[in-house]
Design a protein around this ligand. Structure first.
Ligand code: 1GP
Length: 255
């Protein structure tokens, strides 16, 4: 079984109001020439985490991506899997996702039963995570593949009750996701309401395209901001986005 190094640091950052940026790499979608730039810029900007995963695995380049990141930085590599086929022992941790916004038992427990013995054979830090898909204004691959309906974006109270239930079930993190390439990011009012009422760290992603959006999510209570899609198009944005979050930390810590 793995350690709790990443979770302990997430809890500490939450306590200190330090916000973090995770660069999401979908090994299947990322063009190799872009991957190099994304990693290079993430190293320059000192981005906090690399999340690795995608809804579909067509041409599995997971190992290649892990090795490319490892060669460039010691920052944690966290798997963000859509199925047990994406478990890779060379990463540092895995988001063990239970899709609590949905009602599909496959993504609430079945995939986990298959994954459990595989995880036992690794040293991955397992991070039990309540995964909540939020309607981002367009159908996303995650919602289609999981065969679940996302939470309505204007129903903050349903999202809050779901988040509270996840916390009571003992999940250690919440991930509010509008889905990759979402038209609309997770509403800040929803993040704010959840942050005021649950204590576990909150990850937010999906449809974040500008440093301003990333900062607004962080100010509303997101502890980790995940950005992927836009970095595939504009790798240089990694620097701007990470600096925006890190400068926000200076303001928040001094306030
Ligand atoms: C998707 O939260 C992630 O699962 C990131 O979304 O690719 O839209 O940045 P984007």
């Amino acid at each position: 079984m793995g350690s709790e190094i990443i979770y302990t640091s997430l809890l500490q950052s939450k306590k200190d109001k330090i916000k973090k940026l995770a660069v999401l790499i979908d090994p299947d979608r990322m063009r190799l020439d872009r991957l190099e730039h994304v990693i290079e810029n993430a190293v320059i900007a000192n981005a906090d985490y690399f999340f690795l995963g995608g809804s579909l695995i067509i041409d599995n380049k997971m190992e290649f991506c892990i090795e490319a990141i490892r060669a460039a930085t010691k920052k944690p590599i966290v798997l963000f899997p859509s199925s047990p086929t994406q478990i890779h022992s060379k990463a540092d941790a895995i988001l063990f996702l239970s899709l609590i916004s949905g009602r599909n038992p496959d993504y609430l427990i079945s995939q986990h039963v298959i994954a459990a013995p595989m995880l036992r054979k690794t040293n991955l830090e397992v991070l039990p995570t309540g995964y909540m898909l939020i309607d981002g204004g367009t159908q996303t691959t995650a919602s289609y593949i999981s065969n679940t309906t996302p939470l309505p974006a204007h129903k903050d109270e349903i999202a809050l009750c779901t988040a509270m239930a996840g916390e009571y079930l003992g999940l250690k993190l919440l991930y509010l996701d509008a889905g990759s390439g979402a038209k609309n990011a997770v509403p800040t009012s929803m993040i704010e309401m959840i942050n005021l009422n649950v204590k576990i760290p909150i990850i937010v992603g999906g449809g974040i395209r500008t440093p301003n959006q990333a900062c607004e999510s962080a100010k509303s209570g997101a502890d980790v901001i995940v950005v992927g899609n836009i970095f595939e198009k504009y790798p240089e944005l990694v620097i701007e986005m990470t600096s925006a979050i890190h400068s926000l930390n200076k303001i928040m810590v001094n306030s």
